[in-house]
Every structure is written in structure tokens, then in C-alpha cells.
Design a protein around this ligand. Sequence first.
Ligand SMILES: *[C@@H]1O[C@H](CO)[C@@H](O)[C@H](O)[C@H]1NC(C)=O
Ligand SMILES: *[C@@H]1O[C@H](CO)[C@@H](O)[C@H](O)[C@H]1NC(C)=O
Ligand SMILES: *[C@@H]1O[C@H](CO)[C@@H](O)[C@H](O)[C@H]1NC(C)=O
Ligand SMILES: *[C@@H]1O[C@H](CO)[C@@H](O)[C@H](O)[C@H]1NC(C)=O
Ligand SMILES: *[C@@H]1O[C@H](CO)[C@@H](O)[C@H](O)[C@H]1NC(C)=O
Length: 474
Amino acid sequence: SVQNFCVLFIICLVIIIFHDNNIHSSLLFCCFSLLQIDHFGFLEDGTFKQRYLVSDKHWHQSGGPILFYTGNEGDITWFCNNTGFMWEIAEELGAMLVFAEHRYYGESLPFGQESYSDSKHLNYLTSEQALADFAVLIQNMKNMVPGAQNSPVIAVGGSYGGMLAAWFRMKYPSVVVGALASSAPIWQFPGMVPCGAFYKIVTQDFAKSGHNCDANIRKSWKAINNISSTASGLQWLSEVFSLCTSLKNKADAAAFKAWLQETWVNLAMVDYPYEANFLEPLPRWPIQVVCKYLSFDSPVSDYQLLHGVSQAAKVYYNYTGSTSCLNISQTATGSLGALGWFYQACTEMVMPMCTDGVQDMFEADEWNFQAFSDECSAMFGVRPRAEWAGTVYGGKDIASHSNIIFSNGGLDPWSSGGVTVNISASVVSILIPDGAHHLDLRYRNDKDPPSVRAARALELQYFREWIKQAKKVN
Ligand SMILES: *[C@@H]1O[C@H](CO)[C@@H](O)[C@H](O)[C@H]1NC(C)=O
Ligand SMILES: *[C@@H]1O[C@H](CO)[C@@H](O)[C@H](O)[C@H]1NC(C)=O
Ligand SMILES: *[C@@H]1O[C@H](CO)[C@@H](O)[C@H](O)[C@H]1NC(C)=O
Ligand SMILES: *[C@@H]1O[C@H](CO)[C@@H](O)[C@H](O)[C@H]1NC(C)=O
Ligand SMILES: *[C@@H]1O[C@H](CO)[C@@H](O)[C@H](O)[C@H]1NC(C)=O
């Protein structure tokens, strides 16, 4: 209790979540917990304030379960807003909801504004430290909150947060009784899956969303190379794409292509069956809308092709009609901490990706660890350790664990590194063929495909089972 900043739920923030014209939650308490900056050494004795959000509206105070969101690389309120599944099952489970922010993101900055200033300050940004934060936070809450002592805790997370949820159960099985790891690519590490699998899925999404869609995107890179080879071509591209800053040279053209590539990847991640705003505001089945502009049958000029590409890109960046220009330094919401994630990729989260232009619709680009490592060294003064994630989290050898659900969407490129086979009776995989990135964690919607409804029902069934098991032990 001394350790804890938020004695008995002080209201710091009231969030009301509107969804489908329903008010979903009344109060969300925003709390801060004092945690060690370094859990694993004894020299650095400083502490920092970690933010977490709590809703106890539906909680059965005598041992009702706690659903604990293992926050990923961004502002926790944003993940909280986009994890409707937890809000929707809280009532039937009598559960308390906790959303814990990952250190170095949102407001949970170990060294305040200095946190990103250099590699010394960044040194405590690791998944191991984040998991230890979560474990200590839960221990503190159990000590402090009357009735929570025997509450079984279930970890829930999506994407990197899903990886953390799974690893949390693996590393701290006495703290959480089970984990739902949605769209969690725990195998997207060196030597575990083919590096081309990710972009192959992106390509399949475009191939099945419109006539010639993938083929025309495949052609667009050469067209960009051709057009961007002259100053007038660069100017033309800048105008047609309504870029905020005009392309000036070869390096700008390369950055432009990388930005377009990331745009198609993001679309694959958020190819949801209804209008939504996760990375950007988008129409339902956004790739189908994008592909309407890319269905050229016969050969067209580079200009015509790229004009279509620009219209397609604007579906992603200007669905609301309120975007004045396209910024090639941005591909998604500002709620994500891109710099922090890049640092993590440059240290332990080494995820090899490659393209060949044949099985995918991108320019061929091999995975080059040395080049990546050099880039990391130049940017942060640190080099990645390619093997570490496999060593610390067990790689593909996870059969000795228990009570983990890995759910994956068939449209989601990250399913390439996910667990898509059943490992054991209690380490299970749930497939959602027409789901994109963690669709199951979102609010239910009338347009949800049956596969995601079934997935949520099964997840809830496992949760009940784990809660029952925990009650027997206590
Ligand atoms: C979360 O939702 C609340 C209420 O709708 C809103 O005020 C807040 O800005 C949202 N947070 C983020 C990061 O999107
Ligand atoms: C290549 O670009 C030039 C203008 O820069 C254009 O005249 C030509 O038609 C383009 N090539 C193709 C195959 O479209
Ligand atoms: C976005 O859409 C609006 C409305 O159609 C349009 O006026 C505006 O020019 C578009 N912005 C860009 C960058 O194309
Ligand atoms: C483009 O995005 C970058 C990165 O978020 C930002 O720093 C810059 O100000 C933006 N430029 C414009 C013109 O909006
Ligand atoms: C794993 O087992 C569960 C329970 O039997 C089943 O519902 C699910 O479809 C299986 N997953 C896969 C990928 O076979």
C-alpha cells in the first residue's frame, strides 16, 4: 500500500465510451502505481509512475475475476477504447477491468521527458521489465483492494499486447490464471517462420478484394521508379497524391514507396467488416473500396495507374474528407508510440520480413540483419540481439505451458507469426478466417461475421473454465 500511488481508486479521469449510441461504461478510474525502473538489478533504485485504468462497475467484490489488459506500444486509453470485448463481458463475469499502460508509452514515462533522450534512458524499455511491472501492479492491487485477494486474474491483449499476455501467463503463472493473446505474433522471430509470409497475406487480402488489385499494385512500383526519375515527374507525383511536402530527389521517392507499402499493410491489418476508426477512420471492408480504383484490365500508362493508386491511398488517408494533404512521415494514429516500438525492434523484438515481388505484390527486398543492425546502431547506439526473444520466451517450444488462447484472423498479416495450431488441450488456437487484426477484441457489431462471434463465445467459455479452476484451488 505504501508503494501505491492510487490508494482506493481516486478518480483522475471520467471516460464515457459511446458505442452504437449506447453509453458503455460510466466511470473509468485512472490511477498511477509507483514501480521500480529496474526490476532486475539493484543499483538503479529509482521509481516511476505507471498509469493504469480501472473499472469496477460490474465487479463482484468477493473474489470476482479481474480482466487485465497487458498494454502495448501506445496510449492505454486508446487500447481501452478499442477493446470493447472486455467491456462487454465484464457484466456477465462480474469482473473488474484493469488496463495497464506499458512503460515508455502514453503517460508512463520512467524518466519523464528525458525517457527517449538517449540509450542510457531507453535502457529499461524491455518486454521483461513491462511484464514485471504488470506482476507487481497486480500484487499491489491484491494487497490493497478489499476483496481482490482471491480474484483470479486473466490477461488479455492484442498484437504486441497479445504477445505480452501470453508471455505473462508463461512467466508469471501464479499471477494470472490464463491469457487471451489475440493476433499475437510470438513466432515472428528469426528462424521461426519464413520472412515472406507476412507480405504474402497482405497480397492475398488485396487479391481477393478486387479484380486485378494485387497485380496493379505490383506494377505501381516500376511506374513510380519511372515517373520519379525526372524533376517534373516528382512534381507530378507530389501533386496527384496531394503530398504536404513535395518529393525532391531519389531518397524522397524511396521514402514515398516505403510509405505506400506501409499504407497497404495497415489496410490489411484493419480490413474490418464495418466502418471503424482504429489506425485511421475507414469504410467497411476498406480494401474492397481501395481496389475499386485499381481494377485496370488492359495496360494503362504509368500516369493513369498512379492516378488510381493516389485515389486508393486517399481512401485510407481521407475517408472523412477532412485531410488537407498527405504526409509521408505518417501512416497511423498518433496514439501509437512508433519511436519506442522501433527501439524495441532494434533490441529484442527482431522481426525478419522480406518480399520477392512474385508471391507478394511488393518490390523484392531481402531480409538483411546486418543492414538492420547498422541502422539501429546509428539511430540508438544499440544493436539487436536476434536470438534473445527465442531464448527468453521459448520460441516454438511452448507445450509445457497452460491456459493460453491464441486467436488469429485469416486476413491479418500478423497471423504469419501467430500460433495457428492447437499446442495442447489448454494452449489452444482459435482461427477467425474473415477477421483482421484482433477483430475479436473489438466491440460486437451487427456486421460481425459468424466466425468472430463463435471465437468470442469460445473465449468466454475458456475464461469461465479458468475461473472455475482457480476457485477450486483457493
Ligand atoms: C477514448 O475515448 C474517450 C471517450 O470517447 C475519448 O475522450 C478519448 O480521447 C479516447 N482516447 C483515445 C486515445 O482515443
Ligand atoms: C515513363 O515516364 C515517362 C515520363 O517520365 C512517360 O512518358 C512514359 O510513358 C513512362 N513509361 C511508361 C511505360 O508508362
Ligand atoms: C479530402 O477530401 C475532401 C472532400 O472530398 C477534398 O476536398 C480534399 O481535397 C481531399 N484531400 C486530399 C488530400 O485529397
Ligand atoms: C508530418 O508528420 C510528421 C511526423 O508525425 C510531423 O512531424 C510533421 O509536422 C508532419 N508534417 C505536416 C506538414 O503535417
Ligand atoms: C483447437 O481446439 C479447439 C477446442 O477443441 C477447437 O475449437 C479449435 O478449432 C482448435 N483449433 C484449431 C486451429 O484447430
